[in-house]
Structure formats: structure tokens, C-alpha cells
Design a protein around this ligand. Structure first.
Ligand SMILES: [Cu+2]
Length: 344
């Protein structure tokens, strides 16, 4: 529902005993098709025409020149990746992990809508449907999906709509033309199984919930696709990133808002390679862990809105121009200014 309509309805509710109470009005807006809310659906449930509309919009972003002026970015698609590169150190293994990625995915959805005419809502990858079997997922279909595994020593994807994209950033902080690489590891993708998701949904504090999600399933999806997607700095160079993080966001939305006691930015600078990532797990096989060292010409990101290492609802989620910066408080409800909801 448009904010203006919501505002007018709330005024109506306040002024008339016959009007729909505000709480009920919000509930109505959550019904399928209700109130024009943006509906985010599972990729598996989309028609081929809907899949094509999303992929075409992503290709559109990839065809438009960068407007961010950020380091290395050449296209609008790269702009998102470059913001992630710039802020990686403070938006992972920190209290803002889920809120920051929520706003980031929404900014991407906004770009698809406003700059490329997309209307379908950001799809999410319901990864438990493919846990342990990423390599045969319909998400990776060469015709209706994102293309399949990387091939050869380069690990470049060889089919699908993104096979010809020249990515300007990555791995890690490098500014370097390369293909979209994947090294799918079905074994690692088991960490997206419903049992991992449900284990997190059973948590009763924000700290327990967030850290659970960021470990598995989060790392299972990144590591299961591998290569570009498993690089904690440059991973948004694979368009699957946005479907993966939309799924994590769906888990959070499904969980609802816990009483928030943010424990703080545990690692305000410097991120350790998470366990379970290719190369970092003992005996895990796969390619070696990427170099995560920030080069001297990339400034250390700063935390805004909170003193030192504490994360509160006042914490500012920085978007470096992708969309307006917001506080964590502003993104706690997906039906606020972002106006979206999930199909389940
Ligand atoms: Cu991230």
C-alpha cells in the first residue's frame, strides 16, 4: 500500500468509529494482492514469463552505466557490488547484518523497478528445496534461470543469460575484469536445509537468531554456489546474491521482530573467513580461501549512529547513495516505507 493511502486510512480510522482500525488495516494490506504491496515470491513458484521479466531487468541494470562513482564500478549492477565491497567489514558478523542486507536488497529491487521497469517484486531462492542438490536446481536452469556451474580452470559460467557479463570487481577488493565464476558444491549447500532454517527460527533472542542465520543457512548458500558467491566481499557480483539474501530476509520476516538487544559489532574491522566457506573448513575441499586484505586505497568504513562497537536501533545503515541511508529502526517492518511482503 502506498504510504499516502496508508496515512489517509489511518486518519480515517482515527476520526470515525466505522472506519477500519489501523491494526486491521495493516492486516488487510498483507493479503495477497491487497493494497498494492510489493509481493516477493519464491523463484520456484514463478512462471517462465515472470522469471524472464526478472532476468531481463537484471540484464538491464548490467547494461546501464554506473552512477555511483564508486571504486571500480562500471555498470549500475556493479554499483551495488561496489557498495558491498566498501562496507563489508562493518555489515557482516555485526548486529546490522540482517538489517543492512534488507535495505541493500530493497535498494536493488528499487533500481530494477525505477530504472528498468520491473514490477514483479524481488524473488527469493527457497533454498531448502534444493539443499544438497544446488547443482540441479531450477534456479540454475540455462534457459529460464541464472545459468549453471562454472567450467574449467577459470570457473566461468558457460551458459545462461549472464554468461557474457564482464564483471569489473572482484575477487575481494580487486578491480579486475572477469566473468561470473561459480564452483557449485552440493555438499556445502546442505547447510541451507530446512533443519538449519528451523533451528534459527526456534531462537528466542536477536543475538541467537541473527548469528544462527548468518552462520547457516547464510554461509551454506554462499558456499554452495561457490567462487564469486562465496567471496564475502565481492559476492554481489553474482546475481544469485540477491535471491539468496532475499531468502534470508524472508526468514527474518517470517520470524517477526524479536525484542532487540543488539550485542554490538563484534568485528568492527577485519572479518575472519567464516567456517564452512570453501577453503576455510578443514578438509572441506574446494578452492583456496580468497585474500580478504583491504588494500591501502580503500578507506576503512566508519560506523555511524552508534558509539563505538554497540549496535542499537539508531544504527545508520549506509547505502553510499544507492538509496537514502536509514536507521535499523526504520527497516524493522518491511511494510513501512519499503512496502513489501513475502508470499509465505
Ligand atoms: Cu553481504
Amino acid at each position: 500500500m502506498a504510504p499516502l493511502t496508508r496515512f489517509l486510512l489511518s486518519l480515517l480510522a482515527a476520526g470515525s468509529s466505522l472506519a477500519v482500525p489501523v491494526a486491521q488495516e495493516v492486516e488487510l494490506a498483507g493479503r495477497p494482492g491487497g493494497g498494492g504491496d510489493r509481493l516477493r515470491k519464491s523463484w520456484h513458484s514463478l512462471t517462465n514469463a515472470q522469471k524472464k521479466a526478472y532476468i531481463d531487468a537484471e540484464l538491464c541494470l548490467m547494461s546501464k552505466p554506473s552512477t555511483s562513482g564508486l571504486r571500480g564500478a562500471r555498470t549500475r549492477f556493479d554499483d551495488f557490488q561496489s557498495v558491498h565491497v566498501s562496507l563489508t567489514e562493518i555489515v557482516h558478523y555485526a548486529g546490522q547484518f540482517l538489517p543492512w542486507h534488507r535495505l541493500f536488497v530493497w535498494a536493488h529491487e528499487q533500481a530494477l523497478e525505477k530504472e528498468c521497469g520491473y514490477k514483479g517484486g524481488q524473488p527469493y531462492w527457497d533454498e531448502p528445496l534444493d539443499a544438497g542438490f544446488f547443482s540441479t536446481s531450477v534456479v540454475l536452469d540455462p534457459v529460464t534461470g541464472f545459468g549453471g556451474n562454472g567450467v574449467g580452470a577459470s570457473r566461468c559460467i558457460a551458459d545462461g543469460p549472464f554468461a557474457n557479463y564482464t564483471n569489473a570487481l572482484g575477487p575481494s577488493y580487486a578491480v579486475n575484469d572477469h566473468c561470473i565464476e561459480r564452483t557449485i558444491m552440493d555438499f556445502v549447500s546442505w547447510a541451507t536445509h530446512a533443519q538449519y532454517r528451523d533451528r534459527c527460527l526456534a531462537k528466542t533472542s536477536w543475538l541467537d537468531f541473527w548469528t544462527c542465520v548468518e552462520a547457516s543457512p547464510h554461509n551454506g548458500g554462499h558456499g554452495g554456489v561457490g567462487s564469486q558467491m562465496s567471496n564475502p566481499i565481492s559476492s554481489p557480483g553474482d546475481p544469485l546474491f540477491f535471491l539468496h539474501h532475499a531468502w534470508l530476509d524472508q526468514i527474518w520476516a517470517h520470524k517477526g521482530n524479536l525484542t532487540l538487544e543488539f550485542p554490538g559489532d563484534l568485528f568492527p574491522s577485519g572479518i575472519p573467513p567464516p567456517p564452512g566457506f570453501p577453503g576455510s573448513a578443514p578438509g572441506g575441499g574446494g578452492p583456496p580461501a580468497p585474500d580478504l586484505t583491504r588494500p591501502a586505497d580503500v578507506p576503512e568504513p566508519v560506523i555511524i549512529g552508534d558509539p563505538a562497537n554497540v549496535t542499537t536501533l539508531k544504527h545508520v545503515l549506509q547505502m553510499l547513495g544507492l538509496t537514502a541511508d536509514r536507521t535499523i529502526a526504520e527497516v524493522m517492518d518491511t511494510r513501512g516505507f519499503m512496502c513489501y511482503r513475502y508470499d509465505v
